[in-house]
Design a protein around this ligand. Structure first.
Ligand code: SF4
Length: 264
């Protein structure tokens, strides 16, 4: 894996989420290599070969933040801020240090327990929120679809530690792939450690998208008998699979109290 500086570009970008006006991605590319990744649709590099990073993200971001009032910044839009190389490069940590010094807070989405390294900064920020993305109860399926991610168990442990540290914590159960992974066992495992659970299906609009091309052959090969119905459900949100799953999730959550946001 080549890790090198990116060409000059803004580090602070607008964010379309309701809760955040700006986002920062400390890396370009993502070595977690999730086959279904929606960010692959606009990928600039081959993520299995190279990851780019800003030459001096702290100085650059300090300039870009001039005149922007302290607020909540999103991290985890088109890359995971806790790449394997973050352990050494500390780009995300530098961003957090700067944001903290200026009174900002963050909302982070990651699949890595490396986020625990930065609990000292995150807990000093006002109202920071951490979300761990976790979708596969079965480790073989996780390894098949997210080649380089941490185990599900490690992510659930990370949720627990973030919650114990006093952070606002959510689990993003994403993606639900019809007839491949069942979100209910994951939901039951994460419930004690989160304030909120999000559930999302596989995000692919049509067959021309890069992430569909990336995952299609894999699904066909590994799930030959389910493939046809799976494909129908992926491209049709009125398919009975989604209505049945929604009902199952609501039933599983009916005796628990946490914020649930279903997007399937
Ligand atoms: S961790 Fe997120 S950004 Fe990285 S490959 Fe997976 S889905 Fe894409």
């Amino acid at each position: 894996m080549k890790i090198r500086h990116c060409s000059p570009r803004p580090a602070l970008n607008e964010c379309s989420l309701e809760s955040c006006a700006y986002q920062v991605d400390p890396y370009i590319g993502c070595a977690h290599l999730c086959h279904y990744c929606y960010a692959l649709n606009g990928a600039e590099t081959n993520w299995s070969r190279e990851i780019l990073y800003y030459e001096d993200i702290q100085t650059q971001l300090a300039t870009e933040l001039e005149g922007i009032p302290a607020q909540h910044i999103y991290m985890g839009w088109k890359t995971d801020p806790y790449q394997p190389c973050e352990e050494e490069l500390k780009q995300t940590r530098r961003v957090l240090e700067l944001l903290h010094s200026r009174g900002f807070s963050v909302s982070i989405l990651t699949k890595s327990n490396l986020v625990l390294r930065d609990l000292d900064i995150l807990t000093s920020m006002d109202q920071s929120a951490i979300s761990l993305s976790v979708a596969f109860d079965d480790e073989n399926t996780r390894e098949l679809l997210e080649a380089n991610t941490m185990s599900t168990l490690a992510r659930i442990e990370a949720l627990k530690e973030c919650k114990q540290a006093g952070l606002r914590v959510s689990a993003m159960i994403c993606p639900v792939i019809p007839y491949v992974n069942d979100p209910i066992p994951i939901l039951e495992k994460v419930t004690p450690f989160v304030n909120k659970i999000w559930v999302y299906g596989l995000s692919i609009l049509d067959e021309s998208e890069t992430n569909w091309k990336n995952i299609d052959d894999l699904l066909k090969k590994k799930y030959p008998s389910e493939y046809s119905e799976m494909r129908n459900a992926i491209f049709d949100r009125t398919h009975h699979f989604w209505a049945e799953l929604r009902a199952e999730i609501l039933d599983a959550c009916s005796r628990r109290s946490f914020d649930l946001s279903i997007h399937i």
